[in-house]
Design a protein around this ligand. Structure first.
Ligand SMILES: Cc1cc2nc3c(=O)[nH]c(=O)nc-3n(C[C@H](O)[C@H](O)[C@H](O)COP(=O)(O)OP(=O)(O)OC[C@H]3O[C@@H](n4cnc5c(N)ncnc54)[C@H](O)[C@@H]3O)c2cc1C
Ligand code: FES
Length: 279
């Protein structure tokens, strides 16, 4: 069992959780993820490590409540336990020797962008972060990004309630047109990553994306996370989650993400009956 050691509400639907898992904390690197179960009958879900502390043995992740399992997780408090937590899984993000990088984090993708940007800064890369959300209440980790030695932090919201009004692709396009970046890294909703990769490609800028296909075991056994990249089928959990954004078959990824949508909606509405929580 994995005791919950920390919980912080970041917005109406997003929270940060810390769990005591010292063996896992010792091995994590930026860009890797974990699979957890809230209870022995629950499903496994993948979440990215947002932070870790080898001294106290804590790992942290940031969760957006979108359905039954993330809803269940949001009800757990410090002192309670997770049934299991496996990790670190997936390949770490490549950092160092990249030169001038734009790291783009959209919505809860900021949870992945933050450790990646931090690791890139530590490795000597020159990092500009573009942090985007639908509105200011959904912006997460802005203070943490500001504490990093970045070249620049650009905040963007769809409705203009914080930072620039618009989409994350606008500052990415600006940076590419000004020849201010050598490469880019994008993480967020699939549609956002698709347009970041497209914008970067139009300017000849490489774009790594951190993919989020449906995952079941997270270890390369079930094939649920298969994605087509540059005409080759890869398994996101073991070959990724980072892949070359230029080559992703985005329509296939997005349609596979929706395969269980009806069942997911039913499960969440059944679980939510009588639940008055705000998060
Ligand atoms: C490598 C990876 C890292 C991720 N990191 C984070 C993170 O740091 N923070 C965060 O909030 N979310 C993250 N996600 C997404 C997260 O796993 C899903 O939001 C979660 O599984 C939803 O489960 P649910 O039961 O609450 O919602 P459901 O109602 O079951 O599903 C809602 C949506 O979440 C996605 N989803 C559902 N089940 C899975 C699954 N088993 N694997 C992947 N996606 C699924 C689907 O797109 C689905 O439409 C990550 C996904 C992947 C693949
Ligand atoms: S989640 Fe099963 S092979 Fe990737």
């Amino acid at each position: 069992m994995f005791p919950i050691t920390h919980k912080r509400v970041l917005s109406d639907s997003v929270f940060e959780m810390g769990v005591h898992a010292p063996k896992v904390a010792r091995k994590v690197r930026a860009g890797q993820f974990l699979m957890l179960r809230t209870d022995s009958k629950g499903e496994r879900i993948p979440l990215t490590f947002s932070d870790w502390d080898t001294t106290c043995g804590e790992v942290r992740f940031i969760v957006m409540r979108v359905g039954k399992t993330t809803h269940k997780l949001s009800h757990l408090e410090v002192g309670q336990e997770l049934a299991d937590l496996v990790g670190p899984l997936g390949r770490p993000t490549h950092v160092g020797g990249l030169g001038r990088v734009a790291v783009i984090g959209g919505g809860v993708g900021a949870a992945v962008a933050y450790p990646v940007a931090r690791a890139m800064c530590e490795a000597g890369d020159e990092v500009t972060v573009v942090l985007g959300a639908r509105n200011k209440d959904l912006l997460v980790l802005e203070d943490e990004f500001r504490a990093l030695p970045l070249r620049e932090l650009v905040v963007v919201t769809d409705d203009g309630s914080a930072g620039e009004k618009g989409l994350v692709t606008a500052p990415l396009k600006r940076l590419a047109e000004a020849d201010a970046i050598d490469c880019s890294f994008a993480v967020g909703p699939a549609i956002m990553m698709k347009f970041c990769a497209q914008t970067a490609r139009e300017h000849g800028v490489p774009c790594t994306v951190s993919l989020n296909p449906i995952m079941v075991d997270g270890t390369g056994m079930c094939g649920a996370c298969r994605v087509s990249v540059s005409g080759k089928t890869i398994f996101g959990c073991v070959d990724g989650p980072d892949v070359d954004g230029w080559g992703v078959d985005w329509e296939q990824l997005m349609s596979r993400q929706r395969v269980y949508a009806d069942l997911e909606r039913e499960a969440d509405s059944e679980y939510s009956k009588g639940c008055s929580c705000t998060l």
